[in-house]
Design a protein around this ligand. Structure first.
Ligand code: PLP
Ligand code: ZN
Length: 441
């Protein structure tokens, strides 16, 4: 294993990796730890050439860059290896030369969180922990539950009772032990932490466990590799706790450190207007160690967070790469679901659609102080989760387009050719409306 240690992102104190070591002693929970590696040694065993010759498609193709030893059993469900899809019609809509979508809806449990849970479960196995627990707005829980079902490990989940039904259904079907918290995500986090302290379970919680971001960074390694190790100019990521965006930053930094890419992309963090802790902190230059929580309220449940647990890493991702923070309201998020779906064939859940809405805002120039996206920029949007995760949210977006199915009767009289022709014409007009105006379709 090439992991050499852990370093506090606030005070830079160093820690040796050990069971029970999660955050900085001095800084407490805001002191999330960053995993450090021996890059010189990694460079001797892993390179663009060895990767090109490797038939392994999952995240484990980057194993020397992950905090897990070579002999630890890992998920066999095929986490990672999602396609990077060029979206020409969306590129044209937003006036950028090249736009790619990293479709994380195709992960085994339907969201990017599988990358993190795969690494956390491997780490738990390495440490001999039998039970792994997490609090989650839904997707991290589904990822932990599904991948634990694959490996035979035990998952205990704390989710707020407001979690979308599909996500709770996943948890129960995968056989996880589910605690439905009568409260918010933040209440779920507190209860989960209490359980860790009392029962000694392995803690997968975002912003506490230093290794989940290591799993998430594989999305950036894949993007860089899929673009032939030429970094994109701009990457758009939706942000709740800030762990994904921190992981994206780490993955590109790893690739830069190893000389696999020669520059960093600008990283843009997108938050819902009703859950905009990071956007506010950035705009107002507020101190992340003292800024109090907000009261998050958004239809994009996966990015609803009162106090982003990984705020230090998240801020660094944007500031150190010259990106920006963008907020988008729920109407723009929900309307973006049918727009992206109809224009690309990729089906995002509300939180994933937020990243596209953020790109739309930046190209429209509505966000003051945010570095622009130019016409020649090569842009990547990470579509973090599948629309199947939250059908109610998707339907709210569709309702805004006025799309309704045409009722037909079975039997020879059911299909009236004139009516169908008229309706199809209307349909195509409507679709033009949906795809014609990115912000107000
Ligand atoms: C978790 C999640 C996010 C946000 O990730 P954070 O690490 O909490 O910032 C965005 N989209 C989806 C679909 C998610 O599940
Ligand atoms: Zn510290």
């Amino acid at each position: 294993m090439f992991l050499t240690g852990l370093r506090c992102t606030v005070c830079s104190d160093a820690y040796r990796p050990a069971p029970g070591r999660y955050v900085c002693d001095r800084c407490g929970e805001v002191g999330t730890l960053d995993a450090r590696y021996d890059y010189a040694a990694i460079g001797r065993v892993l390179s663009p050439d060895t990767l090109a010759a490797d038939s392994e498609r999952s995240i484990w193709r980057y194993r020397p860059l992950l905090p897990v030893g070579p002999d630890v059993a890992v998920s066999a469900l095929g986490v990672g290896g999602t396609p990077l899809i060029e979206a020409e019609r969306l590129a044209e809509r937003w006036g950028v030369e090249q736009l790619w979508i990293k479709d994380e809806g195709r992960q085994p449990t339907g969201s990017l969180k599988d990358r993190a849970s795969a690494v956390a479960l491997a780490k738990a196995a390495e440490e001999g922990a039998e039970t792994v627990t997490t609090a989650s707005t839904g997707n991290a829980a589904a990822a932990l539950a599904g991948l634990a079902a694959g490996t035979g490990q035990t998952a205990v989940i704390f989710v707020p009772e407001t979690a979308p039904e599909a996500k709770v259904a996943q948890l129960l079907a995968y056989g996880a032990f589910v605690m439905l918290v009568e409260g918010t995500y933040d209440d779920a986090v507190r209860l989960c932490q209490e359980a860790v302290d009392r029962f000694g379970w392995y803690n997968r919680n975002t912003g506490i466990n230093p290794y989940v971001g290591e799993g998430k960074k594989t999305v950036a390694l894949e993007i860089a590799e899929q673009l032939g190790w030429e970094a994109p100019d701009a990457v758009f990521v939706s942000v709740g706790d800030g762990s994904i965006i921190g992981g994206v930053h780490k993955g590109f930094r790893d690739a830069l450190e190893l000389g696999w890419i020669d520059r960093m992309p600008r990283i843009y963090g997108v938050q819902a207007a009703g859950s905009s802790y990071m956007v506010d902190a950035w705009r107002n230059g507020e101190d992340l160690t003292t800024k109090p929580p907000v009261s998050a309220l958004t239809a994009a449940d996966s990015i609803s967070a009162d106090l982003p647990r990984d705020r230090v890493k998240a801020m660094a991702a944007v500031v150190e790469t010259g990106g920006g923070w963008v907020s988008v309201d729920d109407d723009a998020i929900l309307e973006m679901i049918p727009t992206v779906s109809a224009d690309s064939g990729i089906f995002p859940e509300p939180a994933a659609a937020a990243a596209f809405a953020g790109l739309a805002e930046v190209v429209a120039g509505t966000q003051e102080g945010v570095p622009p996206v130019g016409a020649t920029d090569r842009v990547v949007v990470i579509s973090t989760g599948s629309g199947l995760k939250d059908i109610r949210g998707v339907m709210r977006g569709i309702d805004r387009t006025g799309a309704v199915p045409l009722p037909v009767r079975p039997g020879p009289d059911g299909l009236d050719p004139d009516e169908i022709a008229a309706r199809m014409e209307q349909w195509l007009e409507r679709l033009k409306g949906v795809t014609g105006d990115p912000l107000h379709g």
